[in-house]
Design a protein around this ligand. Structure first.
Ligand SMILES: [Mn+2]
Length: 354
């Protein structure tokens, strides 16, 4: 198992690559979507508002081969490897999620992105097939010592306005109105179509598509169904299109927030199938719709037990701290991440010696 750090777009700098290396990481997971244009404080994971995180990216500008290669080289220049890109930009695939008129063109663009990742030598594309996206969470001093953290204080049923998907705004001038609700079966049909078209391209490009479960894992949010909100639903994704390129961005915190199943059994079941492209690791207390993200040593999950299961099942991919509480100091995000990385590094060294 290898240790990595996830970095938001504005953090993809030499300083942050050095920070990751100094904290013991060997790999980087990079976000190219900018979640912070809506005014969220620039280092925190943003939480939703009525307009979500704000505007999506430029629909006409899909990520170029050159920028992907430049990023990989910048990461490698600091002695690290670029393991994955995390998340498509809603500007590039809103009609894939919504089954809108631009779907055929957007699918072609996503295929182009996957081929470019392959050519750039980036092995994984993480994605979250979700209409509501990461929404309905709150930020408050939930964690130990009053550290700012993320949680959930009940369901969010406010329907999404037109022009919004995945908790971002892709069409600010969309006519007034609400995105019409769909059924769960329709959402699975859309995922199936996406996998049928994308998986063969990913196989050929040598890239793994890795699906994140719904965060928060509720059966519905904002009037829209959600895909993977119980551990067993991950299996449905895998069975829909069996392939080495149809894999999981395995989020242990989200699994622990689910109302069914057992987090250790889920880790065992999916890692035994060798379906984990990479792992998001964090701790949490409670389950949806009332949970709080905690420091990695301080929640419901026995993290060492999780890591032992991964080791036993020979998972040799990358683990990144998912989110972490912000620590009270001049660099709240970095201190939180350094704390999580140090804990994870110690845990991995302990396992290596067992
Ligand atoms: Mn996650």
């Amino acid at each position: 198992m290898k240790l990595g750090l996830g970095l938001y777009r504005h953090m993809l700098t030499r300083e942050n690559f050095q920070f990751a290396r100094q904290a013991g990481a060997t790999h980087i997971v990079a976000h190219l979507v900018d979640y912070f244009k809506g005014g969220a404080s620039s280092d925190d994971q943003p939480t939703g508002t009525e307009r979500g995180w704000g505007p999506a990216g430029d629909p006409e500008k899909i990520w170029s081969l050159e920028e992907l290669v430049d990023l990989r080289e910048a990461v490698e220049a600091e002695g690290l490897k670029l393991e994955a890109i995390e998340n498509f930009d809603p500007a590039h695939w809103h009609d894939v999620l919504l089954d809108g008129p631009r779907r055929p063109q957007q699918i072609e663009n996503l295929k182009t992105i996957i081929r470019r990742l392959g050519r750039a030598g980036i092995p994984i594309m993480g994605y979250n097939f979700s209409i509501g996206g990461v929404c309905g969470r709150t930020t408050a001093p939930y964690a130990r010592g009053g550290a700012l953290s993320v949680g959930m204080e009940g369901p969010l049923d406010t329907p999404m306005p037109n022009g919004m998907v995945w908790n971002m705004v892709y069409a600010p001038d969309a006519p007034k109105g609400r995105v019409p609700p769909i059924t769960s079966e329709e959402l699975w049909r859309r995922l199936g179509g996406f996998l049928d078209e994308m998986v063969p391209v990913a196989e050929e490009a040598g890239v793994k598509l890795a699906l994140h479960p719904d965060d928060p894992p509720m059966p519905a949010m904002r009037g829209q169904p959600r895909l993977v909100y119980q551990p067993r639903l991950y299996q449905r994704v895998l069975d829909r299109k069996p392939s080495v390129a149809n894999a999981l961005e395995f989020c242990i915190g989200t699994l622990a927030e689910m109302t069914e199943g057992d987090v250790y059994e889920s880790v065992d079941e999916y890692s035994r199938q060798n379906k984990l492209a990479y792992v998001h690791l964090r701790n949490v207390t409670g389950k949806v719709p009332h949970y709080r993200e905690t420091f990695i040593d301080d929640g419901d999950i026995d993290v060492l037990r999780v890591l032992r299961i991964l080791k036993r099942n020979q998972f040799n991919g990358v683990l990144v701290p998912d989110h972490t509480p912000q620590m009270t100091c001049g660099a709240p995000w970095h201190a939180g991440m350094a704390y999580a990385l140090g804990y994870m590094r110690a845990a991995l060294q302990t396992l290596e010696r067992e």
